[in-house]
Design a protein. Structure first.
Length: 150
């Protein structure tokens, strides 16, 4: 077990503040990456959530850490643009499944090189080890917070 101290709590508070600012900066970067596709970072995140297969709006929201209402609005906008389609779920008629259309898959294919270039450029500020440690810490913090919600 890791010892808890006032200093650790102070550093965690500082980290939370930075993560909020980072989240805003990442959303702006995402908006820039997908702007030429007429998307926002939020709609891109929604598309990304269903790349492995159809999900309900609630599942998209959980997978992407979004409010259900935000996910629902994104799905409606993406559906209007022809990038996703809703189909009935035979197990739950109240929660249709959302899946990518051919146009949605093509849009993600066009975005991929821009995302990869952005990630490679942005990652230059840290070592692979530092990034790996940051991902691990973020996952542990999220797991702790999610466990506390139960």
């Amino acid at each position: 077990m890791i010892e808890r101290t006032d200093e650790a709590g102070d550093r965690l508070t500082e980290l939370v503040d930075e993560v909020f600012r980072l989240s805003d900066a990442l959303a702006r970067a995402g908006d820039a990456i997908v702007a030429e596709e007429g998307l926002s970072a939020s709609r891109w995140r929604t598309l990304g959530a269903i790349t492995a297969g159809p999900l309900s709006v609630a599942e998209i929201a959980r997978r992407r850490g979004m409010r259900r209402q935000s996910a629902s609005e994104s799905v409606a906008q993406l559906e209007a643009a022809g990038l996703v389609i809703r189909t009935p779920d035979p197990r739950d008629a109240r929660a249709p499944r959302v899946s990518l259309t051919a146009a949605g898959r093509e849009t993600l294919r066009r975005i991929r090189p821009r995302r990869k270039a952005w990630a490679a450029h942005t990652a230059r500020i840290a070592t692979v080890e530092e990034l790996t440690a940051a991902v691990g810490l973020a996952r542990r913090l999220r797991a702790e917070l999610e466990a506390a919600e139960r």
